[in-house]
Design a protein around this ligand. Structure first.
Ligand code: NDP
Ligand code: HSE
Length: 438
Protein backbone atom coordinates (compact mmCIF):
# COMPACT_ATOMS: atom_id res chain seq x y z
CA UNK A 1 0.00 0.00 0.00
CA UNK A 2 1.46 3.45 -0.93
CA UNK A 3 1.39 6.39 1.53
CA UNK A 4 -1.36 7.91 -0.60
CA UNK A 5 -3.39 4.66 -0.48
CA UNK A 6 -3.00 4.61 3.29
CA UNK A 7 -4.34 8.19 3.69
CA UNK A 8 -7.31 7.32 1.46
CA UNK A 9 -7.93 4.16 3.46
CA UNK A 10 -7.85 6.11 6.77
CA UNK A 11 -10.31 8.67 5.40
CA UNK A 12 -12.65 5.95 4.16
CA UNK A 13 -12.51 4.25 7.59
CA UNK A 14 -13.26 7.53 9.39
CA UNK A 15 -16.17 8.27 7.03
CA UNK A 16 -17.56 4.76 7.62
CA UNK A 17 -17.26 5.23 11.40
CA UNK A 18 -18.92 8.66 11.22
CA UNK A 19 -21.74 7.13 9.15
CA UNK A 20 -22.31 4.55 11.89
CA UNK A 21 -22.08 7.03 14.80
CA UNK A 22 -25.57 7.85 16.04
CA UNK A 23 -27.14 11.17 15.07
CA UNK A 24 -27.79 13.33 18.14
CA UNK A 25 -31.42 14.41 18.35
CA UNK A 26 -33.09 17.06 20.55
CA UNK A 27 -36.87 17.20 21.03
CA UNK A 28 -38.85 20.40 21.54
CA UNK A 29 -42.31 19.74 23.04
CA UNK A 30 -43.13 16.73 25.20
CA UNK A 31 -46.86 16.61 24.44
CA UNK A 32 -49.00 14.03 22.59
CA UNK A 33 -46.69 13.63 19.59
CA UNK A 34 -43.45 14.42 21.47
CA UNK A 35 -44.07 11.62 23.96
CA UNK A 36 -44.91 9.15 21.19
CA UNK A 37 -41.71 10.13 19.34
CA UNK A 38 -39.70 9.63 22.53
CA UNK A 39 -41.22 6.15 22.96
CA UNK A 40 -39.98 5.17 19.48
CA UNK A 41 -36.55 6.81 19.83
CA UNK A 42 -35.92 5.05 23.15
CA UNK A 43 -37.38 1.67 22.10
CA UNK A 44 -34.27 0.36 20.37
CA UNK A 45 -36.30 -0.16 17.15
CA UNK A 46 -34.52 2.65 15.25
CA UNK A 47 -30.74 2.32 15.52
CA UNK A 48 -28.61 5.29 14.58
CA UNK A 49 -30.49 7.94 16.58
CA UNK A 50 -29.64 9.13 20.08
CA UNK A 51 -32.09 11.36 21.96
CA UNK A 52 -30.02 13.87 23.93
CA UNK A 53 -32.48 16.59 25.10
CA UNK A 54 -36.17 17.03 25.86
CA UNK A 55 -37.22 20.69 26.01
CA UNK A 56 -40.59 21.87 27.40
CA UNK A 57 -41.88 24.77 29.48
CA UNK A 58 -42.17 23.94 33.21
CA UNK A 59 -40.27 20.80 32.40
CA UNK A 60 -40.29 19.38 35.96
CA UNK A 61 -43.99 18.46 35.42
CA UNK A 62 -43.10 16.51 32.33
CA UNK A 63 -40.29 14.21 33.50
CA UNK A 64 -41.12 10.58 32.76
CA UNK A 65 -39.32 7.70 34.45
CA UNK A 66 -39.39 5.57 31.27
CA UNK A 67 -37.04 8.02 29.50
CA UNK A 68 -33.34 6.98 29.83
CA UNK A 69 -31.32 8.89 32.43
CA UNK A 70 -28.87 10.00 29.69
CA UNK A 71 -31.52 12.39 28.27
CA UNK A 72 -31.26 15.98 29.54
CA UNK A 73 -34.59 17.60 30.52
CA UNK A 74 -34.53 21.34 30.03
CA UNK A 75 -36.73 24.42 29.84
CA UNK A 76 -33.90 26.45 28.31
CA UNK A 77 -34.16 26.73 24.53
CA UNK A 78 -30.72 28.39 24.63
CA UNK A 79 -29.21 25.21 26.09
CA UNK A 80 -30.70 23.15 23.25
CA UNK A 81 -29.62 25.55 20.51
CA UNK A 82 -26.08 25.70 21.93
CA UNK A 83 -25.81 21.92 22.32
CA UNK A 84 -23.94 19.60 19.98
CA UNK A 85 -27.01 18.08 18.31
CA UNK A 86 -27.50 17.18 14.65
CA UNK A 87 -31.29 17.25 14.39
CA UNK A 88 -33.93 19.28 16.27
CA UNK A 89 -37.48 17.88 16.30
CA UNK A 90 -40.05 20.66 16.78
CA UNK A 91 -43.33 19.40 18.31
CA UNK A 92 -44.44 22.47 20.24
CA UNK A 93 -46.89 23.81 17.64
CA UNK A 94 -47.98 27.37 16.80
CA UNK A 95 -46.14 29.88 14.61
CA UNK A 96 -44.36 31.83 17.38
CA UNK A 97 -41.90 31.33 18.97
CA UNK A 98 -41.37 28.14 16.95
CA UNK A 99 -40.47 30.16 13.83
CA UNK A 100 -37.67 31.95 15.69
CA UNK A 101 -36.42 28.67 17.26
CA UNK A 102 -36.42 26.78 13.96
CA UNK A 103 -34.59 29.61 12.20
CA UNK A 104 -31.94 29.66 14.91
CA UNK A 105 -31.58 25.89 14.85
CA UNK A 106 -30.96 25.99 11.08
CA UNK A 107 -28.61 28.97 11.39
CA UNK A 108 -26.55 27.08 13.97
CA UNK A 109 -26.08 24.19 11.54
CA UNK A 110 -28.75 21.80 12.80
CA UNK A 111 -31.37 20.11 10.64
CA UNK A 112 -35.02 20.29 11.67
CA UNK A 113 -37.99 17.92 11.56
CA UNK A 114 -41.40 19.37 12.39
CA UNK A 115 -45.08 18.36 12.43
CA UNK A 116 -46.13 22.00 12.52
CA UNK A 117 -48.45 22.74 9.58
CA UNK A 118 -49.06 26.39 10.58
CA UNK A 119 -45.31 27.07 10.68
CA UNK A 120 -44.74 25.41 7.30
CA UNK A 121 -47.83 26.91 5.64
CA UNK A 122 -46.78 30.43 6.69
CA UNK A 123 -42.97 30.22 6.52
CA UNK A 124 -42.15 26.99 4.69
CA UNK A 125 -40.57 28.62 1.61
CA UNK A 126 -38.30 30.83 3.68
CA UNK A 127 -37.24 28.01 6.03
CA UNK A 128 -36.52 25.65 3.13
CA UNK A 129 -34.34 28.37 1.52
CA UNK A 130 -32.48 28.89 4.81
CA UNK A 131 -31.91 25.15 5.24
CA UNK A 132 -30.55 24.91 1.68
CA UNK A 133 -28.25 27.89 2.23
CA UNK A 134 -26.87 26.22 5.36
CA UNK A 135 -26.49 22.80 3.70
CA UNK A 136 -29.04 21.41 6.18
CA UNK A 137 -32.55 19.99 5.94
CA UNK A 138 -36.03 20.80 7.17
CA UNK A 139 -38.57 18.00 6.82
CA UNK A 140 -42.30 18.17 7.63
CA UNK A 141 -44.04 14.98 6.51
CA UNK A 142 -46.11 14.76 9.72
CA UNK A 143 -47.54 18.25 9.17
CA UNK A 144 -49.97 16.89 6.54
CA UNK A 145 -52.23 13.87 7.09
CA UNK A 146 -50.42 12.68 10.25
CA UNK A 147 -49.09 9.18 9.66
CA UNK A 148 -49.73 8.99 5.89
CA UNK A 149 -46.51 9.64 3.94
CA UNK A 150 -48.35 11.76 1.40
CA UNK A 151 -45.77 14.54 0.92
CA UNK A 152 -43.04 12.03 0.15
CA UNK A 153 -45.39 10.27 -2.29
CA UNK A 154 -46.17 13.55 -4.05
CA UNK A 155 -42.52 14.68 -4.15
CA UNK A 156 -41.02 11.36 -5.17
CA UNK A 157 -43.58 8.79 -6.30
CA UNK A 158 -45.63 11.21 -8.41
CA UNK A 159 -42.83 13.61 -9.39
CA UNK A 160 -43.21 12.47 -13.01
CA UNK A 161 -46.80 13.71 -13.29
CA UNK A 162 -48.27 17.22 -13.42
CA UNK A 163 -50.79 17.22 -10.59
CA UNK A 164 -53.77 19.51 -11.12
CA UNK A 165 -56.25 18.64 -8.37
CA UNK A 166 -56.28 17.49 -4.76
CA UNK A 167 -59.29 16.56 -2.63
CA UNK A 168 -58.89 15.40 0.91
CA UNK A 169 -60.17 14.80 4.39
CA UNK A 170 -57.22 16.44 6.09
CA UNK A 171 -58.43 17.00 9.63
CA UNK A 172 -58.78 13.99 11.92
CA UNK A 173 -60.69 15.91 14.60
CA UNK A 174 -63.45 16.90 12.14
CA UNK A 175 -63.52 13.39 10.65
CA UNK A 176 -63.88 12.02 14.18
CA UNK A 177 -66.61 14.48 15.21
CA UNK A 178 -68.67 14.10 12.02
CA UNK A 179 -68.42 10.29 11.93
CA UNK A 180 -69.44 10.06 15.61
CA UNK A 181 -72.41 12.39 14.96
CA UNK A 182 -73.38 10.26 11.95
CA UNK A 183 -73.06 6.77 13.41
CA UNK A 184 -73.70 7.22 17.16
CA UNK A 185 -75.75 10.40 17.26
CA UNK A 186 -73.07 11.89 19.57
CA UNK A 187 -73.45 15.65 20.11
CA UNK A 188 -70.89 17.98 18.54
CA UNK A 189 -69.62 19.07 21.98
CA UNK A 190 -69.20 15.52 23.29
CA UNK A 191 -67.52 14.32 20.10
CA UNK A 192 -65.06 17.23 20.28
CA UNK A 193 -64.25 16.34 23.90
CA UNK A 194 -63.57 12.73 22.83
CA UNK A 195 -61.29 13.90 20.00
CA UNK A 196 -59.37 16.09 22.45
CA UNK A 197 -59.02 13.23 24.95
CA UNK A 198 -57.66 11.00 22.15
CA UNK A 199 -54.98 13.61 21.37
CA UNK A 200 -56.28 14.47 17.87
CA UNK A 201 -57.21 18.12 18.39
CA UNK A 202 -54.95 21.16 18.22
CA UNK A 203 -54.15 23.06 21.44
CA UNK A 204 -56.82 25.50 20.17
CA UNK A 205 -59.48 23.21 18.65
CA UNK A 206 -61.15 26.07 16.80
CA UNK A 207 -58.32 25.59 14.28
CA UNK A 208 -59.72 22.11 13.64
CA UNK A 209 -63.46 22.75 13.55
CA UNK A 210 -63.33 26.11 11.74
CA UNK A 211 -60.96 24.89 9.03
CA UNK A 212 -57.62 26.67 9.68
CA UNK A 213 -55.81 23.38 10.32
CA UNK A 214 -57.01 21.80 7.06
CA UNK A 215 -56.33 25.05 5.18
CA UNK A 216 -52.69 25.04 6.35
CA UNK A 217 -52.32 21.40 5.25
CA UNK A 218 -53.98 22.17 1.92
CA UNK A 219 -51.57 25.09 1.37
CA UNK A 220 -48.63 22.72 1.96
CA UNK A 221 -50.00 20.10 -0.46
CA UNK A 222 -50.68 22.78 -3.08
CA UNK A 223 -47.10 24.04 -2.76
CA UNK A 224 -45.46 20.59 -2.72
CA UNK A 225 -47.78 18.61 -5.01
CA UNK A 226 -49.37 21.18 -7.32
CA UNK A 227 -46.16 23.27 -7.21
CA UNK A 228 -48.12 26.48 -6.61
CA UNK A 229 -47.15 28.25 -3.35
CA UNK A 230 -50.23 30.08 -2.02
CA UNK A 231 -50.97 32.34 0.93
CA UNK A 232 -52.69 30.20 3.55
CA UNK A 233 -54.86 33.18 4.58
CA UNK A 234 -56.28 33.31 1.05
CA UNK A 235 -57.83 29.85 1.38
CA UNK A 236 -61.55 30.21 2.14
CA UNK A 237 -62.76 28.13 5.11
CA UNK A 238 -66.18 27.30 6.56
CA UNK A 239 -66.79 25.77 9.97
CA UNK A 240 -68.41 22.41 10.68
CA UNK A 241 -70.15 23.92 13.76
CA UNK A 242 -73.54 24.56 12.07
CA UNK A 243 -73.91 20.85 11.14
CA UNK A 244 -76.67 19.21 13.19
CA UNK A 245 -78.12 15.71 13.55
CA UNK A 246 -80.91 16.55 11.11
CA UNK A 247 -78.36 17.25 8.36
CA UNK A 248 -77.14 13.65 8.60
CA UNK A 249 -80.74 12.44 8.25
CA UNK A 250 -81.31 14.48 5.09
CA UNK A 251 -77.90 13.55 3.74
CA UNK A 252 -78.71 9.85 4.24
CA UNK A 253 -81.93 10.31 2.25
CA UNK A 254 -79.67 11.47 -0.57
CA UNK A 255 -77.31 8.49 -0.17
CA UNK A 256 -74.69 10.78 1.38
CA UNK A 257 -73.01 11.80 4.60
CA UNK A 258 -71.12 14.94 5.64
CA UNK A 259 -67.36 15.44 5.98
CA UNK A 260 -64.98 18.40 6.06
CA UNK A 261 -63.43 18.44 2.58
CA UNK A 262 -60.30 20.34 1.54
CA UNK A 263 -60.09 20.88 -2.19
CA UNK A 264 -57.73 22.65 -4.57
CA UNK A 265 -57.24 22.66 -8.30
CA UNK A 266 -55.17 24.40 -10.92
CA UNK A 267 -57.37 25.47 -13.83
CA UNK A 268 -56.47 26.31 -17.43
CA UNK A 269 -54.35 29.47 -17.42
CA UNK A 270 -52.83 28.59 -14.06
CA UNK A 271 -55.64 29.95 -11.83
CA UNK A 272 -55.64 28.22 -8.42
CA UNK A 273 -58.87 27.33 -6.56
CA UNK A 274 -58.66 26.23 -2.92
CA UNK A 275 -61.24 25.95 -0.14
CA UNK A 276 -62.09 23.98 3.02
CA UNK A 277 -65.72 23.34 3.93
CA UNK A 278 -68.18 20.75 5.16
CA UNK A 279 -69.70 18.95 2.16
CA UNK A 280 -72.02 16.08 1.26
CA UNK A 281 -70.14 13.00 0.02
CA UNK A 282 -71.66 9.70 -1.14
CA UNK A 283 -71.95 7.19 1.71
CA UNK A 284 -70.23 4.49 -0.34
CA UNK A 285 -67.31 6.68 -1.50
CA UNK A 286 -63.79 6.66 -0.03
CA UNK A 287 -64.60 9.99 1.65
CA UNK A 288 -68.00 8.80 2.93
CA UNK A 289 -66.50 5.72 4.55
CA UNK A 290 -63.91 7.72 6.56
CA UNK A 291 -64.35 7.20 10.30
CA UNK A 292 -62.49 8.17 13.45
CA UNK A 293 -59.32 10.14 12.87
CA UNK A 294 -58.71 8.73 9.38
CA UNK A 295 -57.58 11.00 6.55
CA UNK A 296 -57.89 10.44 2.79
CA UNK A 297 -56.06 12.34 0.08
CA UNK A 298 -56.84 11.94 -3.62
CA UNK A 299 -54.72 13.70 -6.23
CA UNK A 300 -55.33 13.89 -9.96
CA UNK A 301 -52.49 14.17 -12.47
CA UNK A 302 -52.58 15.03 -16.16
CA UNK A 303 -50.85 11.77 -17.05
CA UNK A 304 -51.46 9.31 -14.21
CA UNK A 305 -55.10 10.08 -13.35
CA UNK A 306 -56.28 9.64 -9.75
CA UNK A 307 -54.16 8.28 -6.89
CA UNK A 308 -55.44 7.99 -3.32
CA UNK A 309 -53.77 7.69 0.06
CA UNK A 310 -55.47 6.88 3.34
CA UNK A 311 -54.56 6.13 6.93
CA UNK A 312 -54.32 7.65 10.39
CA UNK A 313 -54.35 11.42 10.04
CA UNK A 314 -53.96 12.26 13.73
CA UNK A 315 -52.90 10.76 17.03
CA UNK A 316 -49.56 10.49 18.80
CA UNK A 317 -48.20 7.18 17.52
CA UNK A 318 -49.07 7.41 13.79
CA UNK A 319 -47.76 10.99 13.68
CA UNK A 320 -44.62 9.97 15.56
CA UNK A 321 -43.88 7.38 12.87
CA UNK A 322 -43.89 10.13 10.24
CA UNK A 323 -41.63 12.29 12.43
CA UNK A 324 -39.10 9.52 13.11
CA UNK A 325 -39.09 8.51 9.43
CA UNK A 326 -38.20 12.12 8.57
CA UNK A 327 -35.41 12.07 11.16
CA UNK A 328 -34.01 8.91 9.56
CA UNK A 329 -34.17 10.53 6.12
CA UNK A 330 -32.26 13.53 7.42
CA UNK A 331 -29.68 11.20 8.96
CA UNK A 332 -29.20 9.48 5.61
CA UNK A 333 -28.92 12.74 3.71
CA UNK A 334 -26.23 13.85 6.19
CA UNK A 335 -24.24 10.73 5.33
CA UNK A 336 -25.36 8.46 8.17
CA UNK A 337 -26.60 4.92 7.76
CA UNK A 338 -30.22 4.08 8.50
CA UNK A 339 -32.75 1.38 7.76
CA UNK A 340 -31.44 -1.41 5.53
CA UNK A 341 -27.98 0.21 5.38
CA UNK A 342 -27.63 0.31 9.15
CA UNK A 343 -26.46 -3.25 9.76
CA UNK A 344 -25.55 -6.52 8.12
CA UNK A 345 -28.15 -7.85 5.66
CA UNK A 346 -30.59 -10.04 7.61
CA UNK A 347 -30.80 -13.73 6.66
CA UNK A 348 -33.60 -14.65 4.23
CA UNK A 349 -36.65 -15.79 6.20
CA UNK A 350 -39.01 -18.67 5.52
CA UNK A 351 -42.52 -17.65 4.42
CA UNK A 352 -45.69 -19.38 5.61
CA UNK A 353 -49.01 -18.91 3.82
CA UNK A 354 -51.12 -20.64 6.44
CA UNK A 355 -53.21 -17.66 7.55
CA UNK A 356 -55.97 -18.15 10.08
CA UNK A 357 -59.23 -16.60 8.85
CA UNK A 358 -62.98 -17.18 8.62
CA UNK A 359 -63.79 -19.00 5.36
CA UNK A 360 -66.45 -19.40 2.70
CA UNK A 361 -66.56 -22.92 1.19
CA UNK A 362 -68.74 -23.60 -1.87
CA UNK A 363 -69.69 -27.13 -2.94
CA UNK A 364 -71.46 -28.28 -6.12
CA UNK A 365 -72.89 -31.77 -5.60
CA UNK A 366 -75.13 -34.42 -7.11
CA UNK A 367 -77.66 -34.29 -4.29
CA UNK A 368 -78.43 -37.23 -2.01
CA UNK A 369 -79.12 -37.64 1.73
CA UNK A 370 -76.18 -37.36 4.19
CA UNK A 371 -73.88 -34.97 2.28
CA UNK A 372 -74.06 -32.21 4.88
CA UNK A 373 -73.50 -34.74 7.68
CA UNK A 374 -70.26 -35.93 6.01
CA UNK A 375 -69.03 -32.38 5.45
CA UNK A 376 -69.75 -31.25 9.03
CA UNK A 377 -68.15 -34.43 10.42
CA UNK A 378 -64.97 -33.67 8.45
CA UNK A 379 -64.91 -30.11 9.79
CA UNK A 380 -65.38 -31.42 13.35
CA UNK A 381 -62.43 -33.86 12.94
CA UNK A 382 -60.11 -30.87 12.38
CA UNK A 383 -61.64 -28.63 15.06
CA UNK A 384 -63.33 -26.30 12.56
CA UNK A 385 -66.46 -24.54 13.78
CA UNK A 386 -69.31 -23.82 11.36
CA UNK A 387 -70.69 -20.29 11.27
CA UNK A 388 -73.56 -20.91 8.80
CA UNK A 389 -74.93 -23.06 5.97
CA UNK A 390 -76.48 -21.42 2.90
CA UNK A 391 -78.46 -23.21 0.22
CA UNK A 392 -80.69 -21.38 -2.25
CA UNK A 393 -83.86 -23.08 -3.60
CA UNK A 394 -84.65 -24.04 -7.22
CA UNK A 395 -81.23 -25.32 -8.34
CA UNK A 396 -80.99 -28.63 -10.29
CA UNK A 397 -80.51 -31.53 -7.87
CA UNK A 398 -77.75 -33.05 -10.02
CA UNK A 399 -75.79 -29.75 -9.84
CA UNK A 400 -76.72 -28.37 -6.46
CA UNK A 401 -74.58 -25.56 -4.99
CA UNK A 402 -74.44 -24.94 -1.26
CA UNK A 403 -72.10 -22.93 0.96
CA UNK A 404 -70.72 -23.32 4.45
CA UNK A 405 -69.24 -20.32 6.24
CA UNK A 406 -66.67 -21.18 8.88
CA UNK A 407 -65.34 -19.42 11.93
CA UNK A 408 -61.61 -18.61 12.03
CA UNK A 409 -59.47 -21.64 11.18
CA UNK A 410 -55.96 -22.22 9.76
CA UNK A 411 -56.08 -22.79 5.99
CA UNK A 412 -54.01 -25.98 6.45
CA UNK A 413 -56.75 -27.53 8.67
CA UNK A 414 -59.44 -26.61 6.17
CA UNK A 415 -57.39 -28.13 3.33
CA UNK A 416 -57.21 -31.42 5.29
CA UNK A 417 -60.96 -31.45 5.97
CA UNK A 418 -61.71 -30.75 2.30
CA UNK A 419 -59.24 -33.43 1.18
CA UNK A 420 -61.22 -35.95 3.30
CA UNK A 421 -64.54 -34.74 1.89
CA UNK A 422 -63.26 -34.78 -1.68
CA UNK A 423 -62.91 -38.59 -1.54
CA UNK A 424 -66.73 -38.87 -1.82
CA UNK A 425 -68.45 -39.46 -5.16
CA UNK A 426 -71.14 -36.77 -4.96
CA UNK A 427 -68.95 -33.83 -6.04
CA UNK A 428 -69.76 -32.46 -9.50
CA UNK A 429 -66.65 -30.31 -9.21
CA UNK A 430 -64.08 -29.76 -6.44
CA UNK A 431 -65.18 -27.42 -3.61
CA UNK A 432 -63.62 -23.97 -3.48
CA UNK A 433 -62.54 -22.29 -0.23
CA UNK A 434 -62.10 -18.52 0.05
CA UNK A 435 -60.91 -16.64 3.14
CA UNK A 436 -63.27 -13.91 4.35
CA UNK A 437 -61.27 -10.73 5.06
CA UNK A 438 -63.12 -8.34 7.34
P1 NDP B 1 -49.45 19.12 22.52
O1 NDP B 1 -50.17 20.37 22.94
O2 NDP B 1 -49.91 17.83 23.07
O3 NDP B 1 -47.89 19.25 22.84
C1 NDP B 1 -47.18 20.45 22.74
C2 NDP B 1 -46.10 20.45 23.80
O4 NDP B 1 -45.32 21.64 23.67
C3 NDP B 1 -46.69 20.45 25.22
O5 NDP B 1 -45.96 19.59 26.03
C4 NDP B 1 -46.55 21.90 25.63
O6 NDP B 1 -46.40 22.05 27.04
C5 NDP B 1 -45.29 22.32 24.94
N1 NDP B 1 -45.29 23.76 24.69
C6 NDP B 1 -46.28 24.50 24.16
N2 NDP B 1 -45.90 25.78 24.06
C7 NDP B 1 -44.65 25.84 24.56
C8 NDP B 1 -43.71 26.91 24.76
N3 NDP B 1 -44.00 28.16 24.39
N4 NDP B 1 -42.52 26.62 25.31
C9 NDP B 1 -42.22 25.35 25.65
N5 NDP B 1 -43.05 24.31 25.52
C10 NDP B 1 -44.25 24.56 24.97
O7 NDP B 1 -49.48 19.11 20.94
P2 NDP B 1 -49.33 17.86 19.96
O8 NDP B 1 -48.26 16.98 20.42
O9 NDP B 1 -50.66 17.32 19.68
O10 NDP B 1 -48.89 18.62 18.61
C11 NDP B 1 -47.57 19.07 18.43
C12 NDP B 1 -47.41 19.49 16.96
O11 NDP B 1 -47.70 18.39 16.12
C13 NDP B 1 -48.38 20.60 16.53
O12 NDP B 1 -47.73 21.42 15.58
C14 NDP B 1 -49.53 19.83 15.85
O13 NDP B 1 -50.22 20.59 14.90
C15 NDP B 1 -48.74 18.73 15.20
N6 NDP B 1 -49.50 17.53 14.90
C16 NDP B 1 -50.26 16.94 15.88
C17 NDP B 1 -50.95 15.78 15.60
C18 NDP B 1 -51.81 15.11 16.62
O14 NDP B 1 -52.53 14.17 16.25
N7 NDP B 1 -51.77 15.50 17.88
C19 NDP B 1 -50.89 15.16 14.27
C20 NDP B 1 -50.05 15.85 13.31
C21 NDP B 1 -49.40 17.01 13.64
P3 NDP B 1 -47.65 22.14 28.04
O15 NDP B 1 -47.85 20.77 28.56
O16 NDP B 1 -47.23 23.10 29.05
O17 NDP B 1 -48.83 22.63 27.24
N1 HSE C 1 -55.45 18.46 14.87
C1 HSE C 1 -55.04 17.76 13.72
C2 HSE C 1 -56.18 16.91 13.18
C3 HSE C 1 -53.85 16.89 14.05
O1 HSE C 1 -57.18 16.74 13.90
O2 HSE C 1 -56.10 16.43 12.06
C4 HSE C 1 -53.21 16.31 12.82
O3 HSE C 1 -52.56 17.30 12.10
Amino acid sequence: MTANDSVMHDRAMKAAQAAKAPSRVALLGFGTVGQAVTRILTSGDVPGLSLTHVFNRDVARKRADWVPASVAWTESIEAVLAADVDIVIELVGGVHPTYEWVRRALESGKSVVTANKQLMAHFGGELLDLARAKGREIRFEASVAGGIPVLRALQEGLAGDRLVEVRGILNGTCAYILSRMQTEGTSFADALKEAQAAGYAEADPTEDVDGADAAAKLAIIVAVGLRRPVRVGAIATRSIRPIEAVDFEYARQLGCTIRQIARASVEEGGKVFAAVRPALVPLNSAFGRVEGSQNVVTVRGVYGGETSFSGSGAGGSPTAVAVVSDVLSVRQSLGGTAGLDAGPAPAVHEVHGDFTAPHYVRFIVNDKPGILAQVTAAYARYGINIDGVLQLPRFRKDRLPFVTTLEECPESMLDKALADVSQSDYHVQPPIALPIFE
